[in-house]
Each structure stands twice: as structure tokens, then as C-alpha cells.
Design a protein around this ligand. Structure first.
Ligand code: 6R9
Length: 692
């Protein structure tokens, strides 16, 4: 393993050890069989047989599924074509090329035609008194109207539109409207800073930004429009002129209970530029609800979504139409064992891939009824999640370990006072789950009745690539268990040799062949795509995570093996945080590492060297934290800033992050330091550790 990977994986192995300590020999859990009598997959034999077919004969496996969708024209050529090996030429992946379809038509029109009054979303506002329902037909009307708005503004197939919006229904309307007429949407999480938004707008060469005046979360109100204005200004300064900004008036509904009195005060005015800004509601008034779909080629781009890259510059992951549609739909159906009539809730934000695949496209492709939640798990109190579960009788629930860890700090009474008897499947995503969190989720939330599905996947993979089948897979807490249909994971050693046998120790997690939902390129940068994912091990897709396989064939993900930190389930690059810090005029050098954090999973620990003559003080610490928030966004706020008169470096000047990681984790045994140019810097770092 790479030196940094090695340390991380050792830490994860220790974490897994405590599963044994906590659970004794009882490492495997079954679910209550009667809960899953009608499961889509009833046994491991059935799963094994289906998985085998999906990887040995992908064409017949996926064609059966593709036939359940509407195709304007079926594909005539090969079902799947690809090259995973850089030595043989450029990497490419194609599924069903030449077929013509439209994802919006498939997930919305078809359901609205068959069951117009079926509820697509129970929208639950930040304020518990504020909720609305949207049927498939209502949503279709809104989507058609907004598609016409986009067309009337001159937007056409292939253009890029950025969405910087709160968790309001207009976000779903806007993304589906884009998909309907072939516009590539690029959603930017509304917690990112103006700089981050500008960077993404420029990279995608977007012609329009859609935002809202305000967003509300908990007792906070965020002035999104000002962030959007600043981002547009930055783009202009760099010669990228974005001429249009459509703004949803999210603060309009006086008296609907959306806003606390404090928030009401904040929302009275919004900055406005007559040349650029347009109100969503003005444009929608009088727009026709009749809009034909644009028939898209299976391999036409559907969306761009940015994810952190090791070098600091975010990567614009590009997904295409038909493969993504098939994969989001199929993973949703099987991983959550979704059945007609059930209510499903994913607590993610649509600004992340989890929201794209498992709030919008996957559930809607299954004609599901979902909860869409604007608020936060702690508002108005720590019982909110379970109040919502009771209110809508949620049966499939999907959240992240960081949320579980946050909630389990409060009394179990917050959970127990609500009726959770509707729950059947509890999903988790974003990072490896620790044993305490798994057990709390299983025992307290799920009353030892529900299946816990630990879903491993990435922005790049489009949908789940490892995860169990509820009711069929015996659960091992902490293991994502088995590959999803179409995925062939392999554990690789340092030299690019596949580790053989069922039980193998940790190595690099790679995949041997594509599945329909795997990204096709990085927007505008195919060479970076090849370099980041395919060059390290020619012939394989390299996920960037470490993993091992146990004697029963279960996969255990051990964490990132690159310079990405998984903070509360979100990937952030150490390089990006470092470059924000060194922009401060008092800092000469910075090195950032992750460290174990009780709620976030990984916290952000920054070693900073002030310039000569600069005094390290609390004010400087606050300024540095602010700097990172402004550059990247609040999710990247450093947890610890540690003054480093010098950084541990090799004689060739490379920072030894292995040592910094140990210091950040509070470990004193830092191993071999003989390669250090100056070993006294380490002693100094031990003596001035900040209080945490
Ligand atoms: C969906 C999503 C991807 C990275 C991935 C890995 C980590 C996600 C996980 C998990 C262990 C799980 N990750 N799910 N690690 N167990 N169940 O999170 O996408 O934001 O792109 O992050 O998250 O490190 O490589 P993304």
C-alpha cells in the first residue's frame, strides 16, 4: 500500500477489531424472516445466480431490465462496449449506444399517465408545520412548464445549467426539466462557498444559474442569492460571462410557518441585478404545461457532479442517460427491496450523488413515494427524524453514519417516543460504519427487526456497487457485504497483482469490468479521468479505497488510500484545504491531515507554519478557519489548527504525512524517523499540541 494508505488501513483494522470486542463471537446478524417474505431476492442462492448472470452475460441480464423502460428507438449495436486498459488506447465505456430514450419521460411521464394522483414526494419543511405533497401529475406539469421556460430563454440540448438550491421541490423540477430537454445539469451543494460555486460554473462553462433567495436549515437562514451573486461576479472577472440567473422566491410564503421570527427578519430584501436576475415565479406564470421530450441517445450526457480530487481541483464526474437510468433504478429496487406503495426516505441533500440517485432518479424510476426533507436532524430537536418516520410511515430509510453518531449522543427516548413499526430497511452510506453506530441503528432505531444495508459506492459509480440484499444477506456489522449486480470487485496488491483466494488481506479496491452506471469521463478532461482512475492498475477501475475480503467473501472497506479525507461522509482534499490556508498572508506553509473524530468520522487537522515574526494566536486561528470556509464552504472548516514551527520533511523536502497523521491522532509511537531532514521538528510538535 502507499505509505499514507497503510496508516489509514491499519487504523481501520483496529476499528474493526472492536466489533469483536463489542459483539463477542456473534459477528453475524440475521433479519426477521417474516419481514421479507415477499423480498425481491429471497436467498443467497438466488442472489449468487443473479450476480453470476449479471457479470457473465450482462447483455441478457440488463436487457430484461431495459425492456421495462420506454425506448423511442432500441439500440441496434452492441449492448456493452468498453476499454479499461490504457495500454490498448483511450478508456471508453458505452452501453446501449444508439438507443433513444429520455430519463424524465421514464421516471415521470409514464407514472403520471398511469397513476396521476400517486404521491411522488411528501415534502417536509424545516419547520414541522410546513409540509406539502406533490403527485406525479403535479410534478409533470411543473416540469413541463419549466422546460418551456428554459427553451424560451434559448437553452438547448447539450447546454450546461448549474443548480445551487436548497431542498425545495423546485430543485427536483429544475433537474427533471433539464433532463427532459437534454440540458446537462450540474448541481452544486448549497453549502458550498461562492468560490467553490464559481469554480464549478467555470469548469462546466454553464450558461445559466438557478438558485433561491434564501435557504433555511434549523434555526439558520442562509442568503443563497448573495453567494450566487459573488460567484457570478468571480466568473465575470475570469471572463466567463453567465448572463442569466433564475431565482426561486423561497422566502415568499408568509405565515406558512417556514421561518422562525429571526429568519423572517433576515429575508426582507434580496439583491437584484435587472440585467441578469429573473424570478422563477414570474417565468412560470403563463408557461405551458405541454412540452415534448428531447429523445436522447443512450450515451448522451445527463449530468455533471463534482467530487473532490487529490490535487485539490474538483473533478466533474459525467454520467450519461440510459446506463445511469438502468443502474439507479435497479440498485434502488434491490438494495432497499422497494415495493409498490411503500414510503421511502433518504436524508441526503440532492447536491450530493446520493440525492441524485436515491432521492430523484432511482426512486422515481420505481414509481416510489418518497419523503423530501428540507431541515436538519436536530431541529427542532433530536427526535425529528423519527417524528418524520412516524408521520409518513416510512418503511425504507437511508442515512449516513455521521448522522447516526450525532443522534446517538442524545437520549434513546428521542427515538423511542415515536412509532417506528413501519420501518423494514435501514440503509447507510458515505463512510465505513463503526460498531457502536451500527448496533444503535440496528437495536434502537430498527428494534432488531430491520435489515441494515451498508451501501458502498461513489459519485463515480452512479449507484451502489457493494451492499447486501435485505432479507437474503446475513449481516456483518461494518461490512458492505457483496457486490451489486454487474460489479466485479477485486483486491489488488501494490504490484498490480490480484490477491487470490476468498479470504485476502487488505489491498486496493478495483473493479474488473464496467456496469451501466459507471461514469464515462470527467467533463472536459478525459486525460485526468484516465490518469485518476485507470493508470495505476491498467485494465481495472481503481476506486481509491482500501478493502479486504473475509473467509465468507464479505467485503470490508477500510477507507481512502489517497489524500482525500472523508469528513461526515463528504470527500475533501487535503490539498484544497492547504491552499486555502496558505493564502493567508501570515502563513508560510501548511499541511493538512485527517484524524479520528467521534461524530464526523474524520476531522480536519491543520499544521501551519506562521511567517517569521508572526505571533500564533486565537485571532489567527479564527481567521484561518474563516479563510477555509470562504474558499470551500462550512463543511471544510478545520477542527484543529496546530502551530508547526517546522514540518517533518524528508531530505528531498517531502512532507511526511504519516508522522503528521500520528501526531493528529494523539499517537506517540511515530515509527521510523531516520529519513527526516530534521528530527527535532517532531519533538516541537509534540510539545505544542493544541487543546481539543
Ligand atoms: C456515495 C458517496 C465516495 C467515498 C468512497 C468511500 C466512502 C461511501 C461507503 C464508503 C465505506 C460505505 N464511502 N460509502 N466507505 N462504506 N458504505 O458517498 O459518494 O461522496 O463520492 O464518496 O465515500 O471512501 O470512495 P462520494
Amino acid at each position: 500500500m502507499a505509505s499514507n494508505g497503510h496508516t489509514e488501513n491499519t487504523a481501520s483494522m483496529k476499528r474493526n477489531k472492536s466489533f469483536t470486542e463489542l459483539l463477542g463471537d456473534n459477528l453475524t446478524f440475521d433479519v426477521k424472516a417474516e419481514v421479507f417474505l415477499d423480498g425481491h431476492v429471497k436467498s443467497m442462492d438466488q442472489y449468487n445466480q443473479m450476480h453470476k448472470q449479471s457479470v457473465e452475460d450482462p447483455e441478457s441480464f440488463w436487457t430484461k431490465i431495459a425492456n421495462q423502460f420506454y425506448w423511442k428507438e432500441k439500440w441496434s449495436g452492441k449492448f456493452m462496449e468498453y476499454n479499461f486498459d490504457v495500454r490498448k488506447g483511450d478508456i471508453f465505456i458505452k452501453f446501449m449506444e444508439g438507443g433513444k430514450t429520455n430519463i424524465c419521460y421514464n421516471v415521470l411521464d409514464r407514472v403520471a399517465q398511469e397513476t396521476p394522483d400517486k404521491i411522488a414526494f411528501y415534502w417536509e419543511g424545516n419547520d414541522p408545520a410546513n409540509c406539502k405533497t406533490y403527485t406525479y401529475k403535479q410534478l409533470l406539469d411543473e416540469v413541463c412548464k419549466f422546460s418551456n421556460v428554459l427553451k424560451s430563454k434559448g437553452l438547448k440540448k447539450g447546454d450546461r445549467v448549474a443548480l445551487y438550491m436548497p431542498m425545495i421541490i423546485e430543485l427536483v423540477v429544475a433537474m427533471l426539466a433539464c433532463a427532459r430537454i437534454g440540458i446537462i445539469h450540474s448541481i452544486v451543494f448549497a453549502g458550498f462557498s461562492a468560490d467553490s460555486l464559481a469554480e464549478r460554473l467555470k469548469d462546466g462553462d454553464c450558461s445559466l444559474l438557478i438558485t433561491a433567495d434564501y435557504s433555511v436549515r434549523g434555526d439558520k437562514s442562509i442568503d443563497l442569492k448573495t453567494v450566487a451573486d459573488n460567484a457570478l461576479k468571480e466568473c465575470g472577472e475570469d471572463g466567463v460571462d453567465i448572463k442569466m440567473c433564475i431565482v426561486v422566491k423561497n422566502s415568499s410564503a408568509e405565515g406558512d410557518g417556514t421561518h422562525s421570527p429571526k429568519q423572517k427578519k433576515a429575508k426582507t430584501s434580496v439583491s437584484w441585478n435587472e440585467d441578469v436576475d429573473l424570478w422563477w415565479h414570474d417565468l412560470m406564470t403563463g408557461a405551458s404545461n405541454d412540452c415534448q421530450c428531447e429523445w436522447m441517445d443512450a450515451e448522451d450526457p445527463l449530468f455533471i457532479l463534482y467530487t473532490s480530487g487529490s490535487t485539490g481541483k474538483p473533478k466533474g464526474v459525467l454520467h450519461t442517460t440510459a446506463g445511469y437510468m438502468l443502474y439507479a433504478a435497479t440498485t434502488f429496487k434491490y438494495s432497499f427491496d422497494y415495493h409498490e406503495g411503500e414510503v421511502y426516505w433518504c436524508t441526503a441533500d440532492i447536491g450530493w450523488i446520493t440525492g441524485h440517485s436515491y432521492i430523484v432518479y432511482g426512486p422515481m424510476a420505481n414509481a416510489a413515494t418518497s419523503v423530501m426533507f428540507e431541515g436538519t436532524p436536530l431541529y427542532p430537536d433530536a427526535g425529528r427524524m423519527w417524528a418524520v418516520v412516524e408521520k409518513y410511515k416510512v418503511s425504507k430509510f437511508y442515512t449516513a453514519p455521521t448522522a447516526i453518531r450525532m443522534l446517538m449522543k442524545f437520549s434513546d427516548d428521542f427515538v423511542k417516543k415515536y412509532d417506528r413499526s413501519s420501518l423494514k430497511v435501514l440503509g447507510t452510506v458515505g463512510e465505513p460504519i463503526n460498531p457502536e453506530a451500527w448496533l444503535w441503528y440496528y437495536k434502537i432505531v430498527g428494534e432488531e427487526r430491520c435489515s441494515i444495508v451498508d451501501t458502498f459506492w461513489q459519485t463515480e459509480t452512479g449507484g451502489h456497487v457493494i451492499g447486501g440484499m435485505p432479507g437474503a444477506t446475513m449481516m456483518k456489522p461494518g461490512s458492505a457485504s457483496f457486490p451489486f449486480f454487474g460489479a466485479v470487485p477485486v483486491i489488488m496488491d501494490e504490484d498490480g497483482k490480484e490477491k487470490e483466494g476468498v479470504e485476502v488481506d487488505q489491498g486496493y479496491l478495483v473493479f474488473k469490468q464496467p456496469w451501466p452506471g459507471l461514469m464515462r469521463t470527467l467533463y472536459g478532461n478525459h486525460s485526468r479521468y484516465q490518469a485518476a482512475y485507470f493508470e495505476r492498475f491498467p485494465g481495472y477501475y481503481c476506486a481509491g479505497d482500501g478493502a479486504y475480503r473475509d473467509k465468507d467473501g464479505y467485503y470490508w472497506i477500510t477507507g481512502r488510500i489517497d489524500d482525500l479525507m472523508n469528513v461526515s461522509g463528504h470527500l475533501l482534499s487535503t490539498a484544497q484545504v492547504e491552499s486555502a490556508i496558505v493564502e493567508h498572508s501570515s502563513i508560510s506553509e501548511a499541511a493538512v491531515v485527517g484524524y479520528p473524530h467521534p461524530v464526523k468520522g474524520t476531522g480536519i487537522y491543520c499544521f501551519v507554519t506562521p511567517k517569521n515574526g508572526i505571533r500564533f494566536c486565537d485571532a489567527l486561528v479564527s481567521e484561518l478557519k474563516q479563510k477555509v470556509r470562504t474558499r470551500i464552504g462550512p463543511i471544510a472548516t478545520p477542527d484543529v489548527i496546530h502551530e508547526a514551527p517546522g514540518l517533518p520533511k524528508t531530505r528531498s523536502g517531502k512532507i511526511m504525512r504519516r508522522i503528521l497523521r500520528k501526531i493528529a491522532a494523539g499517537q506517540t509511537d511515530i515509527g521510523d524517523t531516520t529519513t527526516l531532514a530534521d528530527s527535532t521538528v517532531v519533538d516541537k510538535l509534540f510539545t505544542n499540541r493544541p487543546q481539543q
